[in-house]
Design a protein around this ligand. Structure first.
Ligand code: ADP
Ligand code: MG
Length: 264
């Protein structure tokens, strides 16, 4: 049985906007297992970013539970959530979110401060990470002195700083040209091959096609969850899906044979 890392159990999230209520997520259940490579695919406003924030403990659901390593973290105070979040997940955003006044090296070293890693060690690890992402000749550059693709590499290095188990990326290629976007996807493929667990929010079908699982969401609900056959064998049958779904063998996006589950 493959280990569950993050489990969302019937989570809902609503935002009260004056008199009206926006239901961003509606009783959504989804489990992230060790070494999953998942894309969350859906139109703008379908709840993808909200979902990623729940997985990454950046926000708490209005109802339902979030489990990390089997423990319900839904009721924990923010300082405890922050500690779990820092070790467990690394975030990558569409707009990079680097600190403009810090160099590439300093941006990557920053997340290690919460765990009191000594400065020399922080810088050494940051340098190694940047070198591994072909950014060794840009260590002292500020974000404003880097191209979009280079900024995203810095952001990927930063996401890896505390060696998190799970990488959560929100439209990571949304601000990149297609060639640079492909380079980012190829970095994700390598991270997955190296054992990382990745969840990539996207509305780019080319990225979705690369991953082992595609979760389609619409109006805050999972409407389809496709798992490729390769993946389902690795994951011990791939039957780890929301209760009572029918599975049938199908093509995964016309490429791989897989198990496809449709939620009605
Ligand atoms: P996506 O990432 O798929 O575009 P989001 O998760 O950002 O979708 O948003 C889902 C819905 O929730 C949208 O209707 C959006 O307007 C609404 N929403 C998201 N964040 C907030 C917020 N902080 N306050 C109010 N409404 C929000
Ligand atoms: Mg979004």
């Amino acid at each position: 049985m493959v280990r569950e890392i993050i489990k969302l159990d019937r989570i809902s999230k609503f935002y009260q906007m004056g008199d009206s209520r926006v239901d961003a997520l509606r009783e959504l259940s989804l489990t992230i297992h060790e070494n999953d490579y998942m894309s969350v695919f859906g139109p703008s406003g379908s709840g993808k970013s909200t979902l990623l924030h729940m997985m990454g403990l950046l926000d708490v659901p209005s109802s339902g539970s979030v489990f990390v390593d089997g423990k319900d973290v839904s009721q924990l105070p923010e300082n405890e959530l922050a500690r779990i979040r820092g070790k467990k997940v690394g975030f990558i955003f569409q707009v990079f979110n680097l600190v403009p006044s810090l160099t590439a090296l300093e941006n990557v070293a920053l997340p290690m401060m919460i765990y009191d890693v000594p400065q020399r060690e922080r810088e050494k690890r940051a340098e190694e990470l940047l070198i591994s992402l072909d950014m060794g000749d840009r260590l002292r550059h500020l974000p404003g002195e880097l191209s979009g693709g280079q900024r995203q590499r810095v952001a990927i290095a930063r996401a890896l700083a505390n060696n998190p188990e799970v990488i959560l990326a929100d439209e990571p290629t949304g601000n990149l040209d297609s060639k640079t976007g492909e380079e980012v996807v190829s970095i994700f493929n390598k991270l997955h091959a190296a054992g990382k667990t990745l969840v990539v929010v996207t509305h780019d079908p080319d990225i979705a096609r690369n991953t082992d699982e595609v979760v389609r969401i619409r109006d805050g609900q999972v409407v389809e969850h496709e798992i490729s056959k390769e993946h389902s064998i690795r994951a011990g049958g791939g039957m780890e899906l929301a209760g009572g779904l029918k599975s049938k063998v199908n093509e995964k996006l016309g490429v791989k044979t897989g198990i496809k589950n449709k939620v009605k």
